[in-house]
Write a protein that binds this ligand. Structure first.
Ligand code: ADP
Ligand code: ASP
Ligand code: MG
Length: 407
């Protein structure tokens, strides 16, 4: 019998009525003869509320306790969803990550999934139940509750779909698919019918918050077809699938904005083997994720300047770390620029078209936007701009690559 994993995001279970609607979708699939696993997020913005509460109590809440707190949101919604299914006369059971056996590492607030046991879920499915699993949470090998990072219920869903060999993982959300840009920022954005795993991974990690990037990593690795669609309609959404030949015809599939970044600059780092290794080993040991590293030789060649970007929320920690390193390693000074954003264009078509970068820079120049850094890879070109210019840059690029009007 085929199996489907359905994931309902916070906006799709924000009210009792929406929970009933989500329950009806799960039941519909069950009645069509499929095994159904639903992964549910916390209701509406309740995770935000929990985090605000934590910071009312403490300016620096212990991360273990933060995870204990934020994962409660999903426990509420899975129970309500199971009740809604019972109310409609069908069998369902809600399970937390610990009950499923979803094991993660011990990095609180951004834990990574290590393994998932299919045993309990399969037993419940065999008994004819719809299984409702809490998204976003895990349990480490010592039994501690962990959280997988903001927006990570998607990752729970795709990882489960991989383990259970689901036919499809459906992501139900408040938009009817993946768009060429965030429709809240670019009203002209259009729905994409099909996007490759590689493109979606880049779009998601570069700011398209519609699907959590780690979920796409699982999707790619285990070739899980992912269908992003609206919980309000039955329309077909966006299919995330392996790349097919025609996909390279479109140069840019989408544009993204990562608004809240900071750039850390280490001035006058001694130019000798091991300097960069020592800096980034230390940063990595604190689980800070950096990108866009730039190194320039300065003066007579005995020194280098090293720049890197980081999530704005990690900037205070990164600054403290770098100031310590500056003392230990005789680094000149540490500067933090906290008003930067990253704008990117993504598409497999870049592999077979030339002049894409020049066209991007021209569009930014014509909009009077200054580029602070540039980073390119096979299917992405990113620029760092001042935060005030971020949305303008996004819209300029959306228009320049004809995403407003289609190919
Ligand atoms: P959920 O609660 O269902 O997980 P999210 O808020 O996490 O929903 O994701 C849906 C939102 O993602 C949309 O409302 C939209 O504003 C935003 N978004 C950002 N980039 C894109 C994009 N490229 N395509 C569609 N939606 C996007
Ligand atoms: N409830 C969690 C969050 O708001 C996880 C999710 O919604 O995917 O981040
Ligand atoms: Mg989400």
């Amino acid at each position: 019998m085929s199996l489907v994993v359905q994931k309902f995001g916070g906006t799709s279970v924000a009210t009792a009525e929406q929970i009933h609607r989500a329950a009806r979708r799960a039941i519909q699939e069950k009645l069509a003869g499929r095994r159904v696993v639903a992964v549910v997020s916390a209701m509406g913005e309740s995770t935000d509320r929990l985090i605000e509460l934590a910071y009312q109590i403490s300016r620096n809440p212990p991360k273990r306790e933060l995870d204990m707190l934020v994962t409660t949101g999903e426990q509420v919604s899975i129970a309500l969803m199971a009740m809604a299914i019972h109310e409609a006369g069908h069998h369902a059971i809600s399970l937390t990550a610990a009950q499923v056996g979803l094991v993660t590492d011990s990095v609180h607030t951004k834990a990574r999934i290590h393994s998932i046991s299919a045993e309990r879920i399969n037993r419940e499915l065999d008994a004819g139940r719809i299984v409702i699993v809490a998204g976003f949470q895990g349990v480490d090998p010592a039994g501690e509750i962990t959280a997988l990072g903001r927006g990570a219920s998607d990752t729970t869903a795709v990882a489960l779909a991989a383990v259970l060999e689901a036919e499809v993982c459906e992501i139900y959300t408040d938009v009817d698919g993946v768009y060429t840009a965030d429709p809240r920022l670019v009203p002209q954005a259009r729905k994409i019918g099909r996007v490759s795993y590689d493109e979606m991974l880049e779009l998601a990690s570069l700011g398209a918050g519609v699907v959590h990037s780690r979920g796409i990593e699982f999707g790619t690795k285990y070739q899980v077809p992912i269908h992003v669609r609206s919980s309000m309609t039955d329309n077909k959404g966006t299919m995330i699938v392996p790349e097919t030949p025609g996909m390279e015809d479109v140069i840019v599939r989408g544009v993204t904005l990562r608004r809240d970044l900071a750039r850390i600059r280490l001035n006058r780092v001694p130019n000798r083997p091991g300097s960069a290794a020592r800096i980034f080993e230390r940063v990595n040991a604190h689980h800070l994720v950096v990108d866009d590293i730039i190194q320039n030789v300065t003066g007579d060649g005995t020194m280098v300047d090293i720049d890197f970007t980081i999530d704005l929320e990690d900037a205070p920690q990164a600054r403290a770390l770098c100031e310590m390193l500056a003392q230990e390693m005789d680094i000149g000074s540490v500067q933090v620029e906290d008003q930067v954003s990253k704008v990117s264009i993504v598409g497999v078509g870049m592999r077979s078209h030339t002049g894409v970068a020049a066209r991007m820079f021209r569009a930014l120049a014509d909009s009077q936007i200054n580029i602070e850094n540039i980073n390119t890879s096979e299917i992405v070109i990113s620029v760092i701009v001042r935060r005030d210019d971020g949305e303008k840059a996004l819209r300029a690029l959306h228009a320049a690559f004809q995403l407003d009007t289609g190919p």
